[in-house]
Design a binder for this molecule. Structure first.
Ligand code: B12
Ligand code: SF4
Length: 467
């Protein structure tokens, strides 16, 4: 094969010592490698990485070529936003892509008249690309004179600094079929070194069913405000969730694409496909079908990780048992890697618009615990087995009574034993999530300002407290 002459790097946030795959960025790199004359790699950048070494590695990688650097799945990391800005200043083409690329590029709603709000990162990037990766193809295929500002999914500034925003094209299963998992690199000794992915992902659904329908919800004022009350917002799915805001629910991926994704999974040392997370918040109804596809492909699986909601778990319990029987026969492990319990208090669950109550979460835990002895080796849900279930704490609605009740539930049902993660996740309010609408309404009504922390809203601190 002819060696490719042009290069592109996609930088993403990553965790030190890990070896998981990055579905979105790696799918984008695969599409670029298969359809352009660019050689694209993904580099996972950890919090511990030295950014001047990263710069050296990029210089070395691109040599005298124009640097084209995509940024995706940054998790709000300001250091990487700033790094993009620095590269752009030095003449590189910097592209913001992946989930929430559009809102992060444009900035928070109303920032122009409310200067404390997140003003976006349009200064740091040449342009942003919102939505499916194949939209990059006309950009990379183009001659330098092509008008990028007219292409699908592009956000950029015109010569007067006005925002141009073109709608993204719809998701298309034909482009969701292949992921080359060999495209992941990390920074080591000032250069990019390939990283073998040990846990990948298979995309079975785009977005989440819970985010399919918009409805009006009421969310309580935060604790500690002199006034109390509630705010009404229009919301699809959980009020804190970026998937709900970014993708909503775009439906299931077709069988052909899923089959191809399974085929492209690398094999581990034992010849079986490496463990993968099935991306589907309601995976139990179609779980057995994954085994059928594996049979059709004559491949053997090793482990399927599931991320799901407590109510979907209860609804699909019979299907889970059926899948576990098949798993046992085939010596495959099914791991409930993350059940989104989020809280054990009804007020907090209501404000998160989780769509489940405390009792549903407890019923799901009872069901999981009852299944474990039946399939001890082939069913996992414990933290020691690699699970990390959703538990959001602290939240703006905590008060002594709620905390007391949650602690009572935790001890009564011995949740610390097998369910709760070692550390809870504090509530994070991304500026484009439903809760951001809630907090902005409070700011306007009560004439107060909450602190902004990069692209998130610091609900725990008002501006006058921080100064
Ligand atoms: C799969 C997944 C993962 C995987 C892979 C992550 C990845 N970046 O691919 C794993 C398990 C590793 C993971 C980890 C984490 N995740 Co995650 N994850 C998801 C999940 C379930 C699906 C996302 C997905 O793959 N969608 C399908 C793909 C095809 O879409 P996509 O990512 O948008 O990518 C397409 C385009 O955007 C585009 N694209 C993407 N990158 C690029 C780059 C370029 C250059 C171009 C041109 C195009 C392009 O091409 C892709 C194909 O068309 C979502 C929740 C959900 N149900 O959607 C959460 C989600 C994305 N994760 C989230 C979080 C918070 C995390 C963690 C930080 C959690 C943690 N605390 O550990 C980590 C850190 C991730 C990291 N960077 O290391 C949040 C993101 C919040 C945010 N705004 O950043 C989400 C939205 C969950 C949530 N409910 O809030 N995650
Ligand atoms: S948090 Fe989970 S269940 Fe809620 S909308 Fe997001 S993806 Fe769906």
């Amino acid at each position: 094969m002819k060696e490719k002459t042009k290069k592109l790097v996609i930088l993403t946030g990553y965790f030190k010592g890990e070896s998981y795959g990055l579905l979105g960025p790696q799918m984008a790199a695969t599409i670029i490698n298969d359809h352009t004359d660019f050689d694209a790699i993904v580099v996972g950048v950890t919090n511990q990485d030295n950014l001047s070494q990263l710069k050296t590695a990029l210089d070395h990688f691109f040599k005298d070529q124009q640097k084209i650097v995509g940024f995706s799945s940054l998790g709000g990391r300001q250091d990487l936003f700033d790094f993009a800005g620095q590269l752009k200043k030095e003449g590189a083409t910097t592209i913001l892509a992946g989930p929430q690329a559009g809102p992060d590029y444009k900035g928070e709603e109303g920032w122009q008249i409310h200067p404390h709000r997140f003003r976006g990162v349009s200064d740091h990037f040449t342009f942003a690309l919102h939505g499916p990766a194949q939209q990059i193809l006309p950009i990379l295929a183009s001659d330098p004179d092509v008008e990028i500002s007219e292409l699908d999914g592009v956000l950029c500034l015109d010569e007067n600094g006005q925002m141009i925003e073109n709608p993204a094209i719809p998701w298309d299963d034909a482009w969701l079929a292949k992921v080359d998992w060999q495209t992941l690199y990390v920074l080591k000794d000032g250069a990019f070194k390939p990283l073998s992915v040990t846990c990948a992902q298979v995309l079975q659904q785009i977005g989440c069913q819970h985010a399919a329908k918009e409805c009006q919800i009421s969310i309580d004022y935060p604790q500690g405000l002199v006034k109390s009350g509630f705010i009404t917002i229009c919301q699809k799915g959980c009020s804190f969730c970026d998937v709900a805001a970014d993708k909503g629910y775009m439906g299931a991926v077709n069988k052909t694409a899923i089959k191809e994704q399974l085929m492209w999974l690398p094999a581990g040392p034992d010849g079986r496909k490496i463990p993968f997370e099935l991306i589907n918040e309601s995976p139990l109804f179609s779980l057995a079908a994954i085994f059928d596809l594996a049979d059709e492909l004559s491949i053997t699986l090793s482990q399927i990780n599931l991320t799901l909601r407590a109510d979907y778990l209860l609804k699909g319990l019979k299907h889970l048992e059926k899948a576990l029987e098949i798993a046992q026969k085939n010596d495959v492990r099914i791991l409930l890697s993350s059940v989104g319990f989020e809280s054990f208090d009804d007020t907090i669950l209501k404000n998160l618009n989780k769509g489940v109550d405390r009792q549903t979460n407890l019923d799901a835990i009872r069901a999981i615990r009852a299944l474990k002895p039946k399939y001890p080796a082939h069913f996992g849900y414990l933290k020691e087995e690699g699970a990390n279930h959703g538990f959001i704490h602290p939240t703006p609605w905590d008060n002594p009574q709620i905390s007391h009740e949650i602690n009572k539930t935790i001890s009564m049902y011995q949740l610390s034993l097998d369910i709760l993660p070692p550390h809870s996740t504090p509530l994070i309010i991304h500026h484009a999530s439903g809760l951001a609408d809630w907090i902005r309404q409070i700011e306007v009504k009560e004439e107060m300002e909450f602190t902004r922390v990069g692209n998130t809203i610091g609900w725990w601190q008002t501006k006058d407290q921080s100064s």
